[in-house]
Write a protein that binds this ligand. Structure first.
Ligand code: NAD
Length: 341
């Protein structure tokens, strides 16, 4: 099976290397020539545990290749994974320009039945929008080529991304046709045969699952940060509280570690986007709104503690911060609490 993955960062490069490891021939394309140059010379442009040997092995075996040329992707395969960035726009919504530009290029360049699979995190309704763009492009060309758009959100956690791909809790696939289901079943067959569950649904629901999952995790983090703050005031030990709460099988121990607030590319952006979506439908998400507010406040907590310790007199003090990225085992500094001024 030939697959092309567009975008060679956490989602794109990890997915590409893992698909290659599972036996597919994968072409990884990025418009950033420095990134592709690094990969062509045997380097890895991001830090992700286990990624370097995985990439090297699959490049060596000839199943993983890199290019800056999108035309090669369309010539090579009829399955295109979109793993480009979807950064926050100034108004709090998601800037979808890179996804939509890729959809436009797909519509203007495919020459045979093809599948466009959205692995980037996108607002609900994006797959439908992408479908319309591709239809428009094909109409401009006077072509009637069969195509499918699939929503296949990525749930990886930086630091454990390879394990998350190879042993997923579930794979979510949003489809609008039987043909797309067949293609996706074939792509994920190696994981399905290992009994990892695949949930098929429509594209809007798949897109919503991604946002709802992220929001639930962020809610746990903000909730536990508030409990930690209260623990300090009443003289309770939050670490024991966390253990006591996390050993309840109805709750579980993940994402209840108190800290300086969540960061990274996903949580802050996806939550703002879901709030924006709700707002656009005249619906107010009170819980999620509070989750975001608590997180913004929490990012100042370390500084406030330090300042209080020195009675507000920090002049001339030299401070060392240990752990700058937004979480352990990643080099990703995006939205890291250490950047807050
Ligand atoms: N990083 C994560 O932990 C994570 C987890 C789940 C989902 N996501 C989502 O996945 C998407 C990708 O995130 P990321 O952190 O892997 O990527 P990123 O934002 O770090 O980088 C995306 C890459 O896409 C490339 N690119 C952009 N437009 C292109 C084009 N037209 N052609 C070729 N290459 C192009 C860029 O050069 C860049 O290298 C985002 O939507 C993100 O929200 C990220």
């Amino acid at each position: 099976m030939n697959i092309s993955v567009v975008g060679t960062s956490y989602v794109g490069l990890v997915s590409a290397a893992c698909f290659a490891e599972l036996g597919a021939n994968v072409l990884c394309v990025d418009s950033d020539s420095r990134r592709i140059g690094t990969l062509l010379y045997g380097g890895i442009p991001i830090y992700e545990p286990g990624l370097e040997p995985l990439v090297k092995r699959n490049v060596g075996d000839g199943r993983l290749r890199f290019s800056t040329n999108m035309a090669e992707a369309y010539a090579d395969s009829d399955i295109i994974f979109c793993a480009v960035e979807t950064p926050p726009a100034e108004d709090g919504s998601t800037d979808l320009s890179q996804v939509l530009n890729l959809a436009k290029a797909f519509g203007s360049q495919i020459t045979r039945p093809s599948t466009f699979i959205i692995r980037s995190t996108v607002p609900v309704g994006t797959a439908k929008k992408v479908m319309e763009i591709i239809e428009d492009e094909l109409a401009k060309r006077g072509e009637k080529i069969q195509f499918d758009v699939v929503s296949n959100p990525d749930f990886l956690q930086e630091g454990t991304a390879i394990k998350d791909f190879m042993s997923p809790d579930r794979i979510i696939i949003g489809i609008e046709s039987k043909r797309a289901k067949k293609v996706m079943a074939e792509i994920f067959f190696p994981l399905k045969s290992n009994n990892f569950p695949i949930i098929y649904t429509d594209s809007n629901t798949a897109e919503m699952i991604k946002y709802a999952s992220t929001s639930m995790l962020a809610t746990r983090v903000s909730f536990m940060n508030e409990i930690a703050n209260l623990c300090e005031l009443v003289g309770a030990d939050v670490n024991i509280v966390r253990r006591g709460v996390g050993t309840d099988s109805r709750i579980g121990s993940k994402y209840i570690y108190p800290g300086c607030g969540y960061g990274g590319t996903c949580f802050p952006k996806d939550i703002k986007d879901l709030l924006k979506l709700a707002h656009g439908h005249d619906f107010s998400m009170e819980v999620l709104s509070a989750v975001d507010d608590v997180n913004i406040r929490q990012k100042h907590i370390l500084f406030n503690k330090l300042s209080n310790f020195y009675n507000g007199d920090l002049e001339g003090k030299t401070v060392t911060l240990w752990g700058l990225s937004f979480k352990p085992e990643t080099s990703d500094m995006r939205e890291a609490p250490s950047l807050i001024t």
